[in-house]
Design a protein around this ligand. Structure first.
Ligand code: PLP
Length: 354
């Protein structure tokens, strides 16, 4: 793919990497854009100064939410090198999301090239403070101006980047999670396995309900029986019960997380028995009460791993590991972040130098 480059006349002042970068608060100077038109395919790949997007008010995405996205990070190593973590997994997942949403595939090698090129252009935006990174947000949406519900005839694929701060400035911090027993996130045959914007619009009410009760995240159950644990907001979830690991299977309703896959690989490598199978919330709560629920943690690109200190389901509450970060949770965090920031050997060949 040929990528045209348009230089910005001025560059923004960068924030203090030591300050509160937050998540998605600062955008870098450039964006990658590529257009798709029926009969023509992908064309006009370019990296240009970041700017607002012009859309007709009748554009398909604004009415029918034909939109998908991805999320990955670029990490600066102690030697000053920049590396990506398994970007081909994001490329493949986006193709699967797009198939479900009737959107064109952006080819895997072009995706990795586009991510690599924008990160090269924005290399000075990859922060070098401990645990900071450059968050990369590829996304695609239907631009065709027409109100009919149909597969649109034009799309834009864009990548923007944002420097993000340490997720845990003071160390891993366990979260309290509310198990949602009324609303559902995904059903078999739906879009649960895709990163499409609509999934998240539908999940905000659950998040609001949880926050009203003093919980920070929602644990979603399966959409049919509301019986089996699936995942959390933007994280997959794992349970350590009597020394073995349980997590929901990837069968269409759960997002196939890159972090999930990486953690399971490491866990199997360490000799843990891993069950990718349906597990009832009743089983989890029971294990919480009889003392066999040893650790619970969410996994995702943003936080890497998020220890869970408390679970509430209906009127039942269990506190996990005295609401402290478990030993395995900490070890997984140290190992995966060690690979991502180049502090420990990457024996899985997951990182790619930019
Ligand atoms: C993005 C996301 C995840 C985590 O995926 P990673 O590839 O590990 O970042 C899990 N669940 C949902 C619903 C997500 O949107």
């Amino acid at each position: 793919m040929d990528i045209r480059f348009e230089k910005a006349s001025t560059l923004k002042e960068k924030p203090d990497w030591k300050g509160a970068l937050g998540f998605g608060k600062y955008m870098t100077d450039y964006m990658f854009t590529c257009d798709w038109d029926e009969g023509q395919g992908w064309h006009d790949a370019r990296i240009e100064p970041i700017k607002p997007i012009e859309l007709q008010p009748q554009s398909v995405v604004l009415h029918y939410a034909q939109e998908t996205f991805e999320g990955l990070k670029a990490y600066r190593t102690a030697e000053g090198k920049i590396q990506l973590f398994r970007p081909e997994m994001n490329a493949k997942r986006m193709i699967k999301s797009n198939e479900r949403l009737c959107m064109p595939a952006f080819p895997e090698e072009d995706f990795v090239q586009a991510v690599t090129e924008i990160v090269k252009v924005e290399k000075d935006w990859v922060p070098d403070e401990p645990d900071t990174s450059l968050y990369i947000r590829p996304f695609m949406f239907a631009t065709e101006a027409s109100l009919g519900v149909h597969m649109a005839t034009s799309y834009k694929f864009i990548i923007i980047c944002s420097p993000v701060g340490a997720y845990y400035p003071t160390g891993l911090d366990p979260v309290k999670i509310l198990v949602e027993d009324e609303l559902v996130r995904a059903v078999k045959g739906g879009t649960g396995f895709t990163k499409c914007g609509g999934n998240y619009a539908g999940s905000i009410l659950g998040q609001v309900k949880a926050e009203e009760q003093g919980y920070t995240q929602v644990l979603w159950l399966d959409g049919e029986e509301k019986k089996y644990v699936e995942e959390v907001g933007t994280m997959n979830i794992m349970f350590k019960i009597a020394g073995e690991i349980y997590t929901a299977p990837i069968e269409g309703t759960v997002l196939p997380g890159v972090t999930r896959d990486s953690m399971l690989t490491i866990l199997r490598d360490w000799g843990y028995k891993v069950h990718e199978e349906k597990t009832a919330i009743d089983t989890i709560m029971k294990a919480g009460h009889d003392g066999t629920l040893e650790e619970v943690f969410g996994t995702g690109t943003a936080a890497v791993i998020s220890p869970v200190g408390e679970l509430k389901y209906k009127d039942d509450v269990v506190v996990i590991n005295d609401a402290k970060t478990g030993e395995l949770t900490q070890k997984l965090y140290d190992t995966l972040t060690g690979i991502q920031w180049g502090k420990i050997e990457d024996k899985y060949n997951w990182t790619i130098e930019v």
